[in-house]
Ligand binder design. Structure first.
Ligand code: NAP
Ligand code: G3H
Length: 481
Protein backbone atom coordinates (compact mmCIF):
# COMPACT_ATOMS: atom_id res chain seq x y z
CA UNK A 1 0.00 0.00 0.00
CA UNK A 2 2.84 2.37 0.77
CA UNK A 3 5.05 1.33 -2.17
CA UNK A 4 3.47 4.07 -4.28
CA UNK A 5 4.91 6.82 -2.09
CA UNK A 6 8.59 5.89 -2.41
CA UNK A 7 11.11 4.42 -4.80
CA UNK A 8 14.36 2.91 -3.51
CA UNK A 9 13.50 4.40 -0.13
CA UNK A 10 13.26 7.89 -1.59
CA UNK A 11 9.89 9.38 -0.74
CA UNK A 12 7.89 11.35 -3.27
CA UNK A 13 5.92 14.58 -3.43
CA UNK A 14 2.13 14.27 -3.31
CA UNK A 15 1.17 16.72 -6.03
CA UNK A 16 -2.24 17.10 -7.61
CA UNK A 17 -3.27 13.59 -6.59
CA UNK A 18 -0.11 11.88 -7.87
CA UNK A 19 3.11 10.78 -6.20
CA UNK A 20 6.00 12.28 -8.13
CA UNK A 21 9.75 12.01 -7.70
CA UNK A 22 11.82 14.92 -6.45
CA UNK A 23 15.22 15.93 -7.79
CA UNK A 24 16.51 16.99 -4.38
CA UNK A 25 16.18 15.04 -1.18
CA UNK A 26 17.01 15.09 2.53
CA UNK A 27 18.14 11.96 4.34
CA UNK A 28 16.22 11.09 7.48
CA UNK A 29 17.80 9.06 10.30
CA UNK A 30 16.20 7.64 13.42
CA UNK A 31 16.99 9.56 16.63
CA UNK A 32 17.02 6.16 18.38
CA UNK A 33 20.10 4.65 16.76
CA UNK A 34 20.86 6.76 13.69
CA UNK A 35 19.40 4.09 11.41
CA UNK A 36 18.75 5.49 7.90
CA UNK A 37 14.98 5.60 7.37
CA UNK A 38 14.71 7.07 3.89
CA UNK A 39 14.98 10.37 2.03
CA UNK A 40 12.26 12.96 1.74
CA UNK A 41 11.80 15.52 -1.01
CA UNK A 42 13.58 18.85 -0.52
CA UNK A 43 11.16 20.80 -2.66
CA UNK A 44 12.34 23.74 -4.71
CA UNK A 45 10.43 26.87 -5.73
CA UNK A 46 8.86 25.31 -8.82
CA UNK A 47 7.52 22.33 -6.83
CA UNK A 48 6.06 24.63 -4.21
CA UNK A 49 4.36 26.87 -6.78
CA UNK A 50 2.92 23.80 -8.54
CA UNK A 51 1.50 22.63 -5.22
CA UNK A 52 -0.11 26.02 -4.58
CA UNK A 53 -1.58 25.99 -8.11
CA UNK A 54 -3.02 22.54 -7.53
CA UNK A 55 -4.66 23.67 -4.27
CA UNK A 56 -6.05 26.72 -6.07
CA UNK A 57 -7.44 24.73 -9.02
CA UNK A 58 -9.13 22.17 -6.78
CA UNK A 59 -10.71 24.68 -4.46
CA UNK A 60 -13.77 25.54 -6.55
CA UNK A 61 -14.93 21.98 -7.06
CA UNK A 62 -14.12 20.88 -3.50
CA UNK A 63 -15.97 23.71 -1.80
CA UNK A 64 -19.00 23.21 -4.01
CA UNK A 65 -19.42 19.59 -2.93
CA UNK A 66 -22.06 19.46 -0.19
CA UNK A 67 -20.90 19.15 3.41
CA UNK A 68 -22.37 15.65 3.74
CA UNK A 69 -20.25 14.35 0.87
CA UNK A 70 -17.08 16.00 2.13
CA UNK A 71 -17.75 14.39 5.50
CA UNK A 72 -18.28 10.95 3.92
CA UNK A 73 -14.90 11.21 2.17
CA UNK A 74 -13.16 12.18 5.42
CA UNK A 75 -14.82 9.28 7.24
CA UNK A 76 -13.59 6.90 4.59
CA UNK A 77 -10.08 8.35 4.99
CA UNK A 78 -10.32 7.92 8.76
CA UNK A 79 -11.15 4.26 8.24
CA UNK A 80 -8.06 3.81 6.06
CA UNK A 81 -5.92 5.49 8.68
CA UNK A 82 -7.29 3.06 11.24
CA UNK A 83 -6.60 0.13 8.91
CA UNK A 84 -2.90 1.10 8.62
CA UNK A 85 -2.50 2.27 12.23
CA UNK A 86 0.15 -0.27 13.19
CA UNK A 87 2.34 0.29 10.16
CA UNK A 88 2.15 4.05 10.63
CA UNK A 89 2.78 3.84 14.39
CA UNK A 90 5.85 1.74 13.73
CA UNK A 91 7.31 4.37 11.40
CA UNK A 92 6.35 7.18 13.74
CA UNK A 93 8.07 5.50 16.71
CA UNK A 94 11.26 5.11 14.68
CA UNK A 95 11.22 8.55 13.12
CA UNK A 96 10.60 10.64 16.23
CA UNK A 97 11.64 8.20 18.96
CA UNK A 98 8.21 8.10 20.62
CA UNK A 99 7.33 4.96 22.56
CA UNK A 100 5.36 2.54 20.41
CA UNK A 101 2.28 2.51 22.64
CA UNK A 102 1.98 6.31 22.50
CA UNK A 103 2.68 6.27 18.76
CA UNK A 104 -0.20 3.86 18.23
CA UNK A 105 -2.50 5.94 20.45
CA UNK A 106 -1.51 9.03 18.47
CA UNK A 107 -2.77 7.40 15.28
CA UNK A 108 -5.97 6.12 16.89
CA UNK A 109 -6.60 9.51 18.54
CA UNK A 110 -6.32 11.06 15.06
CA UNK A 111 -8.91 8.65 13.64
CA UNK A 112 -11.29 9.60 16.46
CA UNK A 113 -10.54 13.26 15.90
CA UNK A 114 -11.58 13.04 12.23
CA UNK A 115 -14.80 11.24 13.13
CA UNK A 116 -15.74 13.75 15.82
CA UNK A 117 -14.82 16.67 13.55
CA UNK A 118 -17.25 15.30 10.97
CA UNK A 119 -20.00 14.97 13.58
CA UNK A 120 -19.41 18.49 14.90
CA UNK A 121 -19.30 20.03 11.42
CA UNK A 122 -22.83 18.83 10.85
CA UNK A 123 -23.94 20.51 14.08
CA UNK A 124 -22.44 23.95 13.42
CA UNK A 125 -23.87 24.28 9.96
CA UNK A 126 -25.36 27.77 10.36
CA UNK A 127 -28.13 29.83 11.94
CA UNK A 128 -30.76 32.43 11.21
CA UNK A 129 -30.81 35.67 13.19
CA UNK A 130 -33.77 38.03 13.43
CA UNK A 131 -33.24 41.77 13.54
CA UNK A 132 -35.85 42.68 16.14
CA UNK A 133 -33.87 41.72 19.24
CA UNK A 134 -32.63 45.24 19.70
CA UNK A 135 -35.04 48.12 20.18
CA UNK A 136 -33.49 50.27 17.52
CA UNK A 137 -33.49 47.53 14.90
CA UNK A 138 -36.06 46.50 12.41
CA UNK A 139 -38.20 43.43 12.51
CA UNK A 140 -38.05 43.19 8.77
CA UNK A 141 -34.48 42.00 8.54
CA UNK A 142 -33.10 38.53 9.01
CA UNK A 143 -29.59 37.23 8.54
CA UNK A 144 -28.89 33.78 7.19
CA UNK A 145 -25.51 33.00 8.72
CA UNK A 146 -23.52 30.24 7.10
CA UNK A 147 -19.89 29.16 7.15
CA UNK A 148 -17.81 29.13 4.02
CA UNK A 149 -14.29 28.07 3.22
CA UNK A 150 -11.40 30.47 3.52
CA UNK A 151 -9.37 29.14 0.58
CA UNK A 152 -5.95 27.52 0.71
CA UNK A 153 -4.88 26.73 4.27
CA UNK A 154 -1.19 26.32 4.93
CA UNK A 155 -0.93 23.64 7.64
CA UNK A 156 2.50 23.42 9.29
CA UNK A 157 3.02 20.72 11.92
CA UNK A 158 5.83 20.10 14.44
CA UNK A 159 8.00 17.03 14.93
CA UNK A 160 6.43 15.81 18.16
CA UNK A 161 2.98 14.80 16.85
CA UNK A 162 3.51 14.22 13.11
CA UNK A 163 0.16 12.48 12.72
CA UNK A 164 -2.11 14.08 15.30
CA UNK A 165 -1.07 17.71 14.95
CA UNK A 166 -1.31 17.29 11.18
CA UNK A 167 -4.77 15.69 11.26
CA UNK A 168 -6.04 18.33 13.70
CA UNK A 169 -5.32 20.92 11.00
CA UNK A 170 -6.13 18.95 7.85
CA UNK A 171 -9.50 17.48 8.92
CA UNK A 172 -11.31 20.72 9.89
CA UNK A 173 -9.79 22.54 6.91
CA UNK A 174 -10.98 19.97 4.36
CA UNK A 175 -14.38 19.45 5.95
CA UNK A 176 -15.05 23.18 5.79
CA UNK A 177 -14.27 23.15 2.05
CA UNK A 178 -10.72 24.50 2.05
CA UNK A 179 -7.78 22.96 0.25
CA UNK A 180 -4.58 22.26 2.17
CA UNK A 181 -0.94 22.92 1.55
CA UNK A 182 0.65 20.62 4.08
CA UNK A 183 4.17 21.18 5.45
CA UNK A 184 5.18 18.59 8.07
CA UNK A 185 8.33 18.93 10.18
CA UNK A 186 11.35 17.56 8.32
CA UNK A 187 11.89 14.99 11.09
CA UNK A 188 8.36 13.63 10.95
CA UNK A 189 7.85 13.86 7.20
CA UNK A 190 8.07 10.14 6.56
CA UNK A 191 5.24 9.53 9.04
CA UNK A 192 3.31 12.45 7.56
CA UNK A 193 3.64 11.12 3.99
CA UNK A 194 2.27 7.79 5.18
CA UNK A 195 -0.63 9.66 6.76
CA UNK A 196 -1.40 11.40 3.48
CA UNK A 197 -1.25 8.09 1.61
CA UNK A 198 -3.75 6.56 4.05
CA UNK A 199 -6.09 9.54 3.68
CA UNK A 200 -5.70 9.39 -0.10
CA UNK A 201 -6.69 5.72 -0.12
CA UNK A 202 -9.95 6.75 1.53
CA UNK A 203 -10.83 8.58 -1.69
CA UNK A 204 -9.65 12.20 -1.40
CA UNK A 205 -10.27 14.01 -4.70
CA UNK A 206 -7.07 15.06 -6.43
CA UNK A 207 -5.49 18.36 -5.54
CA UNK A 208 -7.33 19.10 -2.30
CA UNK A 209 -4.18 18.36 -0.35
CA UNK A 210 -0.62 18.79 -1.55
CA UNK A 211 2.51 18.06 0.46
CA UNK A 212 5.39 20.47 0.88
CA UNK A 213 8.50 18.89 2.34
CA UNK A 214 11.96 20.30 2.83
CA UNK A 215 13.61 22.55 5.37
CA UNK A 216 11.16 25.07 6.78
CA UNK A 217 13.80 27.77 6.60
CA UNK A 218 13.93 27.34 2.80
CA UNK A 219 10.28 26.56 2.11
CA UNK A 220 8.79 29.28 4.34
CA UNK A 221 10.11 32.18 2.33
CA UNK A 222 8.97 30.64 -0.96
CA UNK A 223 5.40 30.16 0.27
CA UNK A 224 5.13 33.55 1.93
CA UNK A 225 5.86 35.24 -1.44
CA UNK A 226 2.66 33.72 -2.82
CA UNK A 227 -0.41 35.83 -2.24
CA UNK A 228 -2.67 32.81 -2.63
CA UNK A 229 -2.57 31.49 0.94
CA UNK A 230 -5.85 32.19 2.77
CA UNK A 231 -4.83 31.14 6.27
CA UNK A 232 -1.89 29.74 8.23
CA UNK A 233 -2.44 27.05 10.84
CA UNK A 234 0.88 26.49 12.58
CA UNK A 235 2.13 24.48 15.54
CA UNK A 236 5.73 24.88 16.59
CA UNK A 237 8.12 27.19 18.33
CA UNK A 238 7.29 30.75 19.27
CA UNK A 239 10.21 32.15 17.27
CA UNK A 240 9.08 30.54 14.00
CA UNK A 241 5.46 31.50 14.76
CA UNK A 242 6.48 35.12 15.16
CA UNK A 243 8.43 35.14 11.92
CA UNK A 244 5.51 33.56 10.02
CA UNK A 245 3.11 36.17 11.33
CA UNK A 246 5.41 38.89 10.02
CA UNK A 247 5.96 37.34 6.61
CA UNK A 248 2.35 36.36 5.86
CA UNK A 249 0.83 39.68 6.90
CA UNK A 250 -2.90 40.21 7.27
CA UNK A 251 -4.42 36.76 6.85
CA UNK A 252 -6.13 34.66 9.54
CA UNK A 253 -3.70 32.63 11.64
CA UNK A 254 -4.01 29.96 14.27
CA UNK A 255 -0.85 29.25 16.17
CA UNK A 256 -0.02 26.78 18.90
CA UNK A 257 3.39 27.74 20.21
CA UNK A 258 5.68 27.10 23.16
CA UNK A 259 4.82 26.87 26.84
CA UNK A 260 6.19 26.88 30.35
CA UNK A 261 3.30 25.19 32.14
CA UNK A 262 3.48 25.39 35.93
CA UNK A 263 2.08 22.94 38.48
CA UNK A 264 1.14 24.89 41.62
CA UNK A 265 1.02 22.60 44.66
CA UNK A 266 -0.89 23.99 47.65
CA UNK A 267 -0.35 23.01 51.27
CA UNK A 268 -3.48 20.83 51.48
CA UNK A 269 -2.82 18.91 48.22
CA UNK A 270 -2.89 15.12 48.02
CA UNK A 271 0.86 14.89 47.45
CA UNK A 272 0.89 11.34 46.12
CA UNK A 273 -1.66 12.22 43.46
CA UNK A 274 -0.01 15.57 42.66
CA UNK A 275 3.39 13.88 42.26
CA UNK A 276 1.89 11.22 39.97
CA UNK A 277 0.42 13.87 37.72
CA UNK A 278 3.54 16.01 37.80
CA UNK A 279 5.89 13.17 36.88
CA UNK A 280 3.63 11.91 34.09
CA UNK A 281 3.05 15.46 32.87
CA UNK A 282 6.71 16.43 32.93
CA UNK A 283 8.33 13.31 31.55
CA UNK A 284 6.01 11.61 29.04
CA UNK A 285 7.67 11.57 25.61
CA UNK A 286 10.75 12.82 27.45
CA UNK A 287 9.13 16.21 28.04
CA UNK A 288 8.84 16.99 24.32
CA UNK A 289 5.27 18.23 24.59
CA UNK A 290 4.15 21.84 24.54
CA UNK A 291 1.84 21.00 27.45
CA UNK A 292 4.47 19.22 29.53
CA UNK A 293 4.70 20.41 33.13
CA UNK A 294 7.83 22.54 32.90
CA UNK A 295 8.09 23.86 36.47
CA UNK A 296 6.65 23.08 39.90
CA UNK A 297 5.72 25.92 42.24
CA UNK A 298 5.30 24.32 45.65
CA UNK A 299 4.38 25.86 49.01
CA UNK A 300 7.42 25.78 51.27
CA UNK A 301 5.76 23.86 54.13
CA UNK A 302 5.18 20.75 52.01
CA UNK A 303 8.14 21.08 49.64
CA UNK A 304 10.39 18.46 51.31
CA UNK A 305 7.64 15.82 51.26
CA UNK A 306 6.71 16.52 47.65
CA UNK A 307 10.33 16.47 46.44
CA UNK A 308 10.88 13.09 48.10
CA UNK A 309 7.82 11.54 46.44
CA UNK A 310 8.75 13.03 43.06
CA UNK A 311 12.30 11.65 43.32
CA UNK A 312 10.96 8.18 44.14
CA UNK A 313 8.64 8.22 41.16
CA UNK A 314 11.31 9.57 38.82
CA UNK A 315 13.71 6.82 39.91
CA UNK A 316 11.22 4.28 38.51
CA UNK A 317 10.82 5.87 35.08
CA UNK A 318 11.84 3.58 32.26
CA UNK A 319 14.64 4.85 30.05
CA UNK A 320 15.73 3.50 26.67
CA UNK A 321 14.15 2.25 23.46
CA UNK A 322 10.69 3.40 22.26
CA UNK A 323 10.00 -0.15 21.11
CA UNK A 324 10.37 -1.31 24.74
CA UNK A 325 7.74 1.32 25.55
CA UNK A 326 10.19 3.30 27.68
CA UNK A 327 8.91 6.68 28.78
CA UNK A 328 12.28 8.39 28.45
CA UNK A 329 13.73 7.90 24.98
CA UNK A 330 16.47 9.66 22.99
CA UNK A 331 15.57 13.27 22.21
CA UNK A 332 14.80 14.31 18.66
CA UNK A 333 18.42 15.34 17.98
CA UNK A 334 21.74 16.17 19.61
CA UNK A 335 21.16 19.93 19.50
CA UNK A 336 18.03 19.51 21.64
CA UNK A 337 20.01 17.40 24.11
CA UNK A 338 22.77 20.05 24.16
CA UNK A 339 20.19 22.73 24.95
CA UNK A 340 18.67 20.71 27.81
CA UNK A 341 22.11 19.94 29.22
CA UNK A 342 23.03 23.61 29.09
CA UNK A 343 19.93 24.53 31.11
CA UNK A 344 20.76 21.84 33.70
CA UNK A 345 24.38 23.00 33.99
CA UNK A 346 23.41 26.65 34.31
CA UNK A 347 21.00 25.77 37.15
CA UNK A 348 23.56 23.61 38.97
CA UNK A 349 26.24 26.31 38.66
CA UNK A 350 23.80 28.78 40.23
CA UNK A 351 23.03 26.47 43.17
CA UNK A 352 20.31 24.03 42.09
CA UNK A 353 20.43 20.49 43.46
CA UNK A 354 20.29 17.93 40.69
CA UNK A 355 18.67 14.51 40.95
CA UNK A 356 19.02 12.27 37.91
CA UNK A 357 18.88 8.56 37.17
CA UNK A 358 21.83 8.47 34.77
CA UNK A 359 24.34 10.38 32.70
CA UNK A 360 23.72 11.70 29.18
CA UNK A 361 24.45 9.28 26.36
CA UNK A 362 24.45 11.10 22.98
CA UNK A 363 20.89 12.45 22.59
CA UNK A 364 19.50 10.43 25.50
CA UNK A 365 19.08 12.57 28.61
CA UNK A 366 18.04 10.74 31.78
CA UNK A 367 15.12 12.22 33.72
CA UNK A 368 16.38 15.07 35.85
CA UNK A 369 14.79 16.90 38.76
CA UNK A 370 16.26 20.25 39.75
CA UNK A 371 15.55 21.34 43.32
CA UNK A 372 16.27 24.70 44.99
CA UNK A 373 15.66 26.42 41.68
CA UNK A 374 15.73 30.21 41.88
CA UNK A 375 14.44 32.80 39.46
CA UNK A 376 17.88 33.80 38.18
CA UNK A 377 18.33 30.36 36.60
CA UNK A 378 17.49 30.03 32.89
CA UNK A 379 15.49 26.85 33.56
CA UNK A 380 13.01 28.85 35.66
CA UNK A 381 11.63 30.54 32.54
CA UNK A 382 13.00 28.80 29.42
CA UNK A 383 11.18 25.92 27.72
CA UNK A 384 13.58 22.91 27.77
CA UNK A 385 11.50 20.50 25.60
CA UNK A 386 13.32 17.69 27.38
CA UNK A 387 13.13 15.51 30.52
CA UNK A 388 13.96 18.11 33.15
CA UNK A 389 11.72 19.31 35.96
CA UNK A 390 12.64 22.44 37.97
CA UNK A 391 11.10 22.77 41.43
CA UNK A 392 10.70 26.28 42.84
CA UNK A 393 9.62 26.72 46.46
CA UNK A 394 7.25 29.60 47.17
CA UNK A 395 6.37 31.40 50.41
CA UNK A 396 2.78 32.26 49.50
CA UNK A 397 0.00 31.70 47.01
CA UNK A 398 0.60 35.21 45.70
CA UNK A 399 4.25 34.30 44.97
CA UNK A 400 3.06 31.26 43.00
CA UNK A 401 0.66 33.39 40.97
CA UNK A 402 3.33 36.02 40.31
CA UNK A 403 5.91 33.48 39.16
CA UNK A 404 3.34 31.67 37.03
CA UNK A 405 2.48 34.94 35.32
CA UNK A 406 6.05 36.16 35.05
CA UNK A 407 6.56 34.24 31.83
CA UNK A 408 6.38 35.14 28.19
CA UNK A 409 4.21 32.01 27.79
CA UNK A 410 0.61 31.36 28.78
CA UNK A 411 -0.42 27.91 27.63
CA UNK A 412 -1.70 25.93 30.65
CA UNK A 413 -1.25 25.66 34.42
CA UNK A 414 -2.24 23.08 37.02
CA UNK A 415 -3.31 23.63 40.61
CA UNK A 416 -3.23 20.80 43.15
CA UNK A 417 -5.16 21.29 46.41
CA UNK A 418 -8.45 20.59 48.19
CA UNK A 419 -10.03 23.97 48.93
CA UNK A 420 -12.04 24.52 45.77
CA UNK A 421 -12.84 28.19 46.54
CA UNK A 422 -9.18 28.96 47.00
CA UNK A 423 -8.32 27.04 43.81
CA UNK A 424 -10.92 28.97 41.79
CA UNK A 425 -9.59 32.28 43.10
CA UNK A 426 -6.10 31.30 41.97
CA UNK A 427 -7.32 29.92 38.62
CA UNK A 428 -8.96 33.25 37.81
CA UNK A 429 -5.66 35.05 38.31
CA UNK A 430 -3.41 32.77 36.24
CA UNK A 431 -2.48 34.11 32.82
CA UNK A 432 -2.95 31.09 30.56
CA UNK A 433 -5.43 29.44 28.23
CA UNK A 434 -6.41 26.50 30.46
CA UNK A 435 -6.15 25.80 34.19
CA UNK A 436 -6.28 22.14 35.23
CA UNK A 437 -7.52 21.46 38.73
CA UNK A 438 -5.92 18.39 40.31
CA UNK A 439 -4.67 17.13 36.98
CA UNK A 440 -1.68 17.52 34.70
CA UNK A 441 -1.67 19.95 31.82
CA UNK A 442 -2.71 18.39 28.51
CA UNK A 443 -4.44 19.26 25.25
CA UNK A 444 -7.13 16.60 25.22
CA UNK A 445 -9.90 15.61 25.25
CA UNK A 446 -9.81 16.98 21.72
CA UNK A 447 -13.26 18.56 21.88
CA UNK A 448 -12.08 20.93 24.64
CA UNK A 449 -10.82 24.37 23.65
CA UNK A 450 -7.03 24.47 23.41
CA UNK A 451 -5.32 27.81 23.33
CA UNK A 452 -2.31 29.72 24.46
CA UNK A 453 -2.15 33.40 25.35
CA UNK A 454 0.86 35.75 25.25
CA UNK A 455 3.70 34.02 23.35
CA UNK A 456 1.93 30.63 23.49
CA UNK A 457 -0.37 31.21 20.58
CA UNK A 458 -3.07 32.90 18.58
CA UNK A 459 -6.63 31.61 18.20
CA UNK A 460 -8.27 28.50 19.58
CA UNK A 461 -8.01 24.84 18.58
CA UNK A 462 -10.25 21.95 19.59
CA UNK A 463 -12.77 20.25 17.37
CA UNK A 464 -15.53 22.90 17.22
CA UNK A 465 -13.10 25.80 17.53
CA UNK A 466 -10.88 24.47 14.75
CA UNK A 467 -13.88 24.12 12.43
CA UNK A 468 -14.82 27.70 13.22
CA UNK A 469 -11.33 29.04 12.68
CA UNK A 470 -10.97 27.09 9.41
CA UNK A 471 -14.01 28.82 7.94
CA UNK A 472 -15.45 32.28 7.74
CA UNK A 473 -18.94 33.46 8.39
CA UNK A 474 -21.09 34.62 5.51
CA UNK A 475 -24.16 36.66 6.37
CA UNK A 476 -26.89 37.01 3.77
CA UNK A 477 -29.43 39.57 4.93
CA UNK A 478 -32.99 39.29 3.77
CA UNK A 479 -35.07 42.47 3.90
CA UNK A 480 -38.73 41.54 4.20
CA UNK A 481 -41.26 43.86 2.65
P1 NAP B 1 9.74 24.44 14.96
O1 NAP B 1 11.17 24.31 14.81
O2 NAP B 1 9.15 25.77 15.17
O3 NAP B 1 9.11 23.76 13.65
C1 NAP B 1 7.73 23.63 13.48
C2 NAP B 1 7.40 23.51 12.01
O4 NAP B 1 7.71 24.74 11.36
C3 NAP B 1 8.19 22.44 11.27
O5 NAP B 1 7.38 21.89 10.27
C4 NAP B 1 9.31 23.25 10.64
O6 NAP B 1 9.89 22.63 9.51
C5 NAP B 1 8.53 24.47 10.23
N1 NAP B 1 9.35 25.64 9.97
C6 NAP B 1 10.54 25.98 10.49
N2 NAP B 1 10.95 27.15 9.99
C7 NAP B 1 9.98 27.57 9.15
C8 NAP B 1 9.81 28.72 8.33
N3 NAP B 1 10.70 29.70 8.28
N4 NAP B 1 8.68 28.81 7.58
C9 NAP B 1 7.77 27.84 7.59
N5 NAP B 1 7.87 26.73 8.36
C10 NAP B 1 8.96 26.61 9.13
O7 NAP B 1 9.18 23.53 16.16
P2 NAP B 1 9.50 22.00 16.50
O8 NAP B 1 10.93 21.90 16.88
O9 NAP B 1 8.97 21.11 15.43
O10 NAP B 1 8.59 21.80 17.79
C11 NAP B 1 9.01 22.22 19.05
C12 NAP B 1 8.39 23.54 19.45
O11 NAP B 1 7.01 23.54 19.10
C13 NAP B 1 8.38 23.79 20.94
O12 NAP B 1 8.61 25.16 21.18
C14 NAP B 1 6.98 23.45 21.38
O13 NAP B 1 6.52 24.06 22.55
C15 NAP B 1 6.19 23.86 20.21
N6 NAP B 1 4.96 23.09 20.14
C16 NAP B 1 3.84 23.68 20.56
C17 NAP B 1 2.66 22.99 20.53
C18 NAP B 1 1.39 23.59 21.01
O14 NAP B 1 0.38 22.97 20.81
N7 NAP B 1 1.40 24.76 21.64
C19 NAP B 1 2.62 21.70 20.04
C20 NAP B 1 3.81 21.11 19.63
C21 NAP B 1 4.99 21.82 19.67
P3 NAP B 1 11.35 21.96 9.62
O15 NAP B 1 11.19 20.79 10.49
O16 NAP B 1 11.66 21.65 8.21
O17 NAP B 1 12.27 23.00 10.20
O1 G3H C 1 3.04 19.28 22.07
C1 G3H C 1 1.96 19.83 22.02
C2 G3H C 1 0.71 19.11 21.96
O2 G3H C 1 -0.33 19.97 21.57
C3 G3H C 1 0.44 18.49 23.31
O3 G3H C 1 -0.60 17.59 23.22
O4 G3H C 1 -1.12 17.47 25.66
O5 G3H C 1 -2.00 15.78 24.05
O6 G3H C 1 0.41 15.82 24.63
P1 G3H C 1 -0.84 16.61 24.46
Amino acid sequence: MFEEIRKNNIYKIFLDGRWIESENNIKIYSPIDNQFLGSIPAMVEKNVLDAIDSCEKSLISWKSICLFDRCEILLSSANKLFEYREEIANILAKEISKDYKSSLSEVIRSVDLIKETVAEAKRINGEVLFGDRMSSQTKNKLSIVSRESIGIILAISPFNYPINLSVSKIAPALIMGNTVLFKPATQGSISALHLIRALELGGLPKGIINTITGRGSVIGSIISKSKKIGMVNFTGSTSIGESLSKSFGMIPMTMELGGKDAAIVLSDADLEDAADNIVQGAFSYSGQRCTAIKRVLVMKDIAEKLKKIIREKVSKLTVGNPFDNCMITPLINNESADFVEKLINDAVEKGAVKYTTGERNKNLIYPTVLENVSLDMDVAFEEPFGPVLPIIEVESIQDAIDINNKSIYGLQSSIFGKNIDEIFNIAEKLECGTVNINGKSERGPDNFPFLGIKSSGIGVQGIRYSLESSSRIKSIVLNKK
